[in-house]
Design a protein around this ligand. Structure first.
Ligand code: GDP
Length: 298
């Protein structure tokens, strides 16, 4: 879609537009593959995904006797789509009621904004949504969530004082009483010094399970695309603490590092539930590999 294309403008410029230009004028040779390799590395695909793609391209070049850059670009589109397709796994959130989504991520990743956008998304799917202000360490996080809820007519469970456990128990009870379909539970993204974020995240997960024996039904990790390769370390740390079952990658519009999705696919594959391509309330969309790759090269 046009909106996705616009959102991905910078990444596209880095490796779509740049590559289209590079490919269009050339015959395929090792120099071209080498240039392509640096472009993919600069777009933060990481060494593993980059060599996987370059190897695949070299094989196809020889096997299919490709000659022009255009032909090679078509193969890259194909290979990239194949690499990213396993990440495509929409989160319908209808296997439990309430379906409890624990949302984690470091401050600044776009966690709060994404919760607001997710609420809007699930509302648009006809679901009743409840927010739980589980970041009890940061008053601003709570206020931001409350404001968002007021503006959009979504109930928010928050407590002035009290810990995440109390908020989560409240939220689960309220969700049951009010016939809520989806609970989006915010969690801390940074703690006062000395306390360890990963211990808090693990604790919140246990608390949610205490409140509802089958929950959390999804542990979503929000990642800022701008952190590039550091995303891999964040996935590993949060996964070890709380068992990450899905990812949201934000700010793909503001970065030339869209290649990080390829690195994730290759090195720590997790379902990529949604991508953020702008600050607007509707700028969060389910990830579709083909649509994403097409938007990059369009
Ligand atoms: P939190 O600290 O993780 O809760 O982060 P916030 O939700 O407050 O977001 C931090 C900043 O990133 C805000 O200015 C958001 O508007 C911005 N942001 C979040 N998601 C996106 C996105 O997909 N694209 C862009 N351009 N900005 C985003």
């Amino acid at each position: 879609s046009e909106r996705l294309k616009a959102g991905l403008a910078r990444t596209r410029k880095q490796w779509g537009g740049g590559l289209a230009h590079m490919f269009g004028l050339r015959k395929i040779d090792e120099d071209l593959l080498e240039e392509l390799e640096s472009t993919l590395l600069m777009a933060d695909c990481g060494v593993e995904a980059t060599s996987h793609l370059i190897d695949a391209l070299r094989k196809r070049w020889k096997r299919d006797k490709l000659e022009t850059g255009d032909q090679l670009q078509a193969v890259l589109v194909e290979e990239l789509t194949a690499l990213l397709s396993p990440l495509e796994a929409p989160l319908t959130a209808d296997t439990h009621k309430p379906f409890i989504i624990m949302v984690a991520g470091v401050n600044g990743s776009g966690k709060t904004t994404s919760i607001g956008k997710l609420a809007r998304w699930y509302q648009s799917q006809g679901k009743k949504v409840l927010l739980a202000a589980g970041d009890t360490f940061r008053a601003a996080a709570r206020e931001q969530l409350i404001t968002w809820g007021e503006r959009n007519g979504v109930d928010v469970i928050a407590q002035q004082s009290g810990d995440a456990a109390a908020v989560m128990f409240d939220a689960v009870n309220a969700a049951r009483a009010r016939g809520v379909d989806v609970v989006l539970a915010d969690t801390a993204g940074r703690l006062p010094t000395q306390l360890h974020l990963m211990e808090e995240i693990a604790k919140v997960r246990r608390v949610i399970t205490k409140a509802d024996g089958t929950a959390p039904h999804e542990v979503l990790l929000v990642l800022d695309a701008n952190i590039g390769q550091n995303a891999l370390a964040q996935v590993k740390a949060f996964d070890a603490a709380a068992g990450v079952t899905g990812l949201v990658v934000t700010k793909l519009d503001g970065t030339a590092k869209g290649g990080v999705l390829a690195a994730i696919a290759r090195q720590c594959p997790k379902p990529l539930r949604f991508i953020g391509v702008g600050e607007g309330i509707d700028d969060l969309r389910p990830f579709h590999a083909r649509e994403f790759v097409d938007a990059l090269f369009a």
